[in-house]
Design a binder for this molecule. Structure first.
Ligand SMILES: [Zn+2]
Length: 293
């Protein structure tokens, strides 16, 4: 694990690794058996007490920008994180809309063995210009906590999936990584998309505090640099206020020459919901509008 000596790894990645097993990693079952709407409710209770928009805006400007890299890519990157079969069933709604948006690159992160997807369907999405990424093995939250040998066998399975769909990018479910899972990610992928520049639990802020990417031994760590739907849908904000937080951040990223990354979940309890899907479309329109001025 040579990367451990890298100063950027020490500064941005090491403090953001998970050393303690998360609660659902102890469950003898897959936590998805708890209905999504109920999990959403628990999440809101546990994580988003007392959050104030003012705090986020204040913290945002402290982000470290020492690693600015001139971007020669699309103006906006969209991540669609498909966690479950329910999300997969809603995926076409998103792909049909996103196919017609210029200046937008979409990466669809799917677990390699999470549910029964159609291989032909994924190949058709690639033909339509989408990129497929790997969203873990089956999204049960346990993979990063397996011992080295067990984890290796799982990543070998993941690698078969990678080859089928030309996958180079990994995003760990729930943004959970350990040293061993980083080791295998760097072995089987070219990029990791599992760290966020800033997020909050209760009223505390965490993250890399760097909105751009870092490169370690030719391997890219891309930091997710805008609030994902899971977060803002759980705040007591209206549509206008949600769009304002996102556009504020996009302007900040644009001024610093960093490509914004927006994350959505197609599940019916998140952006796949009929009403929230309209919010998703408005966010894309407004973001592109702001980037094109
Ligand atoms: Zn996920």
């Amino acid at each position: 694990m040579q990367f451990l000596n890298n100063p950027d790894f020490k500064k941005y990645i090491l403090p953001n690794l998970n050393y303690k097993k998360t609660v659902y990693a102890y469950f003898p079952f897959h936590y998805h058996i708890i209905p999504g709407y109920f999990r959403n409710f628990l999440y809101k209770k546990l994580n988003i007490n007392n959050f104030t928009l003012k705090n986020l805006n204040k913290n945002k400007f402290k982000l470290n920008n020492s690693h600015l890299i001139q971007n020669q890519e699309n103006k906006l990157i969209i991540n669609i994180d498909v966690d479950s079969y329910n999300g997969y069933k809603n995926l076409d709604k998103f792909s049909i809309f996103l196919k017609n948006q210029n200046d937008c690159k979409t990466i669809i992160f799917i677990p390699s063995n999470g549910f029964n997807y159609s291989e032909q369907h994924l190949l058709n999405l690639i033909k339509d210009g989408f990129e497929i990424g790997c969203h873990g093995y089956n999204h049960n939250g346990k993979l990063p906590f397996y011992n080295f040998q067990k984890m290796e066998s799982f990543f070998e399975c993941i690698n078969i999936y990678n080859k089928k769909f030309n996958i180079t990018k990994f995003k760990s479910p729930a943004y959970i990584h350990t040293l061993n899972s980083i080791y295998f990610t760097m072995k089987y992928f070219k990029e990791d998309w599992s760290f966020r520049d800033i997020y909050f639990i209760k009223n505390k802020f965490f993250g890399t505090f760097n909105s751009n990417k870092i490169v370690i031994n030719n391997f890219n760590f891309r930091f997710i640099n805008n609030l994902e739907d899971v977060f803002y849908l759980n705040l007591n904000l209206n549509k206008k206020e949600i769009i304002k937080i996102i556009i504020d951040k996009i302007l900040y990223l644009k001024n610093n020459n960093i490509t914004p990354i927006l994350t959505f979940h197609p599940e019916s309890h998140f952006s796949g919901n009929k009403k929230i899907f309209e919010l998703f479309k408005s966010i894309i329109f407004e973001s592109l509008n702001c980037l094109n001025i």
